[in-house]
Design a protein around this ligand. Structure first.
Ligand code: ATP
Ligand code: MG
Ligand code: MG
Length: 353
């Protein structure tokens, strides 16, 4: 069989490597950290930084196709790699999703609504932007934020007097988003194959705790029209980017059932982990199928379920979880349980068709 290159050695890379192995592929992982979660299951690790030119050349030479498990792969690295070997999802998807401003411009440009937003590069611009949004909003770093890091919430505050905010945020480009009074949050995991075929899983309803995904519940408590609209939006994004692979798209659902897109991730997504327990073809297998040029599998769901993340000390729950029937446990092989660190997840099946 041929070899699939994976940039990034975390749990998502690990689960991609597992799915690839099950379909008969070998995997090589590019990751600086030795004994990373993905390297424990991959056939080989190239131990280097994601922008190391020699390592990227080695990865290209070893792989029939290269994919990645995180959205901060340097665009220049992906573009250079793509001259030697197919890289999926395409570099354009990285470019758009690495910068919250580019992402929102792209989404609105293809007719997908988002919260109102305003780029902010200094305290004066912040004051003006907050005034525009009546004193409330979420200030986010445009790049590199995840698990709610690099964000600051302003709620019903008097405008002005925000001197020092931008410095405290690291003097990096920022974006102020209007505060969305959403009823719930959902996400759609969808795939596009090399031949343009589309497949979207049912939307999951997501609950966050301390900025980190806590649970994803299927079915989401939304109307069928809302679910269809979210899937249609994901399909539109995939087609517009001439995408290959899995994407995760997060949405806010408003009281009237309308949607605002929050952000998208050009990779397998934490809110799609339930698919391994409640679908015949998981998001991981679907991604491997897509990037390897195989036909996509069915995204149909055979069960209702709740996926829950195991963060830090939650790992102590493992013995009790192992005693539960109809529960699928998935641990990431991380030795040290630091606070806020994703150690694993489990999916409880609540009803089977
Ligand atoms: P992830 O780990 O999903 O990549 P992130 O750090 O990129 O997260 P966001 O998804 O932008 O951050 O925001 C994290 C959470 O903060 C959202 O899931 C939502 O609960 C809340 N949030 C973000 N933006 C807004 C907004 N404009 N209005 C209201 N709540 C918001
Ligand atoms: Mg994000
Ligand atoms: Mg998010």
């Amino acid at each position: 069989g041929s070899t699939i290159g994976i940039i990034g050695g975390g749990q998502l890379g690990r689960m991609l490597a597992m799915a690839a192995a099950r379909l008969g592929y070998r995997t090589v992982v590019l990751e600086l950290q030795a004994d990373c979660p993905a390297a424990q299951v991959a056939n080989r690790q190239i131990t280097a930084a994601y922008d190391d030119a020699t390592a990227l050349a080695e990865l290209a030479a070893a792989s029939a196709v290269v994919t990645y498990e995180f959205e901060n792969v340097p665009v220049v690295a992906a573009t250079a790699l793509a001259t030697k070997v197919p890289v999926y999802p395409p570099a354009r998807a990285l470019e758009v999703s690495q910068d919250r401003l580019a992402e929102k411009n792209f989404l609105n440009g293809i007719g997908i609504a988002t919260a109102d937003y305003c780029p902010v590069d200094n305290d004066e611009e912040l004051t003006a932007a907050l005034k525009k949004f009546n004193g409330s909003g979420i200030l986010k770093t445009r790049r590199m934020g995840y698990d709610g890091k690099g964000q600051r919430v302003f709620r019903n505050m008097e405008t002005g007097g925000f001197a020092g905010t931008c410095e405290a945020m690291g003097n990096v480009p920022l974006i102020l988003e209007s505060f969305v009074a959403f009823e719930r949050e959902i996400s759609v995991i969808a795939a596009r194959g090399i031949d343009g075929t589309l497949a979207a899983y049912d939307p999951a309803e997501n609950v966050h705790r301390n900025g980190i995904l806590h649970t994803s519940t299927l079915p989401a408590g939304i109307k069928p029209e809302t679910a269809a609209a979210a899937q249609a939006a994901a399909a539109k994004i995939l087609t517009a980017l001439d995408y290959v692979g899995i994407i995760g798209v997060e949405f806010f659902v408003l009281a009237d059932g309308s949607l605002l897109a929050n952000e998208m991730a050009p990779r397998v997504h934490n809110s799609g982990h339930w698919t391994e327990a409640a679908c015949t073809v998981s998001q991981f297998e679907q991604h491997i199928r897509a990037v390897a040029g195989l036909p996509l599998g069915s995204p149909a769901r055979h069960s209702d379920c709740v996926m829950e993340n195991l963060i830090g000390d939650d790992i102590l729950r493992v013995p009790a979880l192992l005693a539960e029937a109809d529960l699928m446990l998935h641990l990431y092989g991380k030795a040290e349980a630091r606070p806020g660190r994703k150690m694993g997840h489990f999916t409880r099946i609540s009803r089977r068709d």
